[in-house]
Design a protein around this ligand. Structure first.
Ligand SMILES: [Zn+2]
Length: 316
């Protein structure tokens, strides 16, 4: 008796296999995202390249000053520095990292967070990104099941996870991620749902954020939102469509305010009074808004427009 094998049917897989696979895949994906988060800004010349182990060649008619951290931006870009090469190395001693020390989460735990060669501290952010990506992949699988939607949303989640940390590090949201993310979202909606609504949400989010940006500049006489925030908001509109977009944006303003106050609290040395005065007198330093948009987008990804309906029903 021949039965049709359908991988998009959860019962086709052994029990418990798919959730475990989602977690393992997420951890490996998170490991790759760590590379993207670290290298993409350096590839674009927005962060200093690491100190080279061997002197770099002259490219074109100028000498590359890679490793000189005082070079003005945009920094020189080296043609042999991309996502694949050179291999991972300790930022402190430049010793190449063997594959077994680079295993997601486990490598960091076995090394107790220190380089095998020079004992320099390895940031706990690497295993944190891997754990968060694993948790996110499991949550997406739990929400969408054994469907193509799970794969699509894992793609959205991975791109926004990278944007979250790149914005934290550099206060920038590279168009190399945001623009393809907009097109991918529109393609996804064209295939799965509501392309007209997605196009409307994309345009509304972009114009809304550009208007906010201009208004904030007119009022505060300084940049409160960057162009990248409008690109990211447009990508959220493309992926989520109109109603969940409202949830994402509203959520991002709530979470952004809380995150902003939390960051200021840490910057002010955990002083409540100093934090309150700096927030009241708008002495707060620039704070990236991208992470708040990403968190709002994740809430909307997992809950759709349920929070909006709940809110509207509460109002009625
Ligand atoms: Zn080292």
């Amino acid at each position: 008796m021949l039965t049709m094998a359908n991988p998009f049917d959860a019962s086709w897989w052994p029990p418990g296999f798919l959730p475990v696979a989602a977690v393992l895949f997420g951890a490996i994906l998170g490991s790759f995202l760590n590379v993207v988060i670290h290298r993409l800004p350096r590839m674009g010349g927005y962060a200093p390249l690491p100190e080279p182990r061997v002197p770099l060649p002259v490219v074109g008619n100028h000498t590359l000053e890679i490793g000189d951290h005082t070079v003005a931006q945009p920094l020189p870009v080296h043609p042999d520095y991309d996502l694949a090469q050179p291999g991972s190395a300790c930022p402190a001693c430049r010793q190449p990292i063997p594959w077994h020390d680079n295993l997601p989460v486990i490598g960091w735990l076995l090394l107790k967070g220190r380089c095998r060669n020079c004992a320099a501290t390895i940031s706990p952010r690497y295993p944190l990104v891997e754990l968060a990506t694993a948790a996110g992949c499991l949550a997406i699988f739990d929400c969408f099941g054994a469907t193509g939607a799970t794969l699509a949303w894992i793609g959205f989640f991975a791109a926004t996870m990278a944007l979250f940390w790149i914005d934290v590090d550099t206060m920038m949201l590279p168009t190399g991620i945001t623009f393809p993310l907009i097109w991918a979202g529109l393609a996804w909606q064209a295939w799965a749902g509501d392309p007209a609504g997605a196009i409307l949400a994309t345009i509304a989010a972009y114009l809304g954020f550009r208007t906010l940006e201009a208004t904030a500049f007119a009022v505060f006489r300084r940049d409160a939102l960057g162009r990248g925030d409008a690109h990211l908001a447009a990508a959220l509109g493309a992926w989520l469509g109109p109603r969940p977009l409202v949830v994402a944006i509203a959520g991002s303003f709530v979470l952004g305010s809380l995150l902003g106050i939390l960051v200021e609290f840490v910057r002010q040395g955990y002083g409540f009074g100093a934090t309150w005065r700096s927030v009241r007198d708008r002495q707060t330093r620039p704070f990236p808004f991208g992470p708040a948009l990403v968190l709002g987008g994740w809430v909307a990804m997992l809950t759709g427009d349920r929070l909006l309906r709940w809110y509207l029903e509460g109002m009625a």
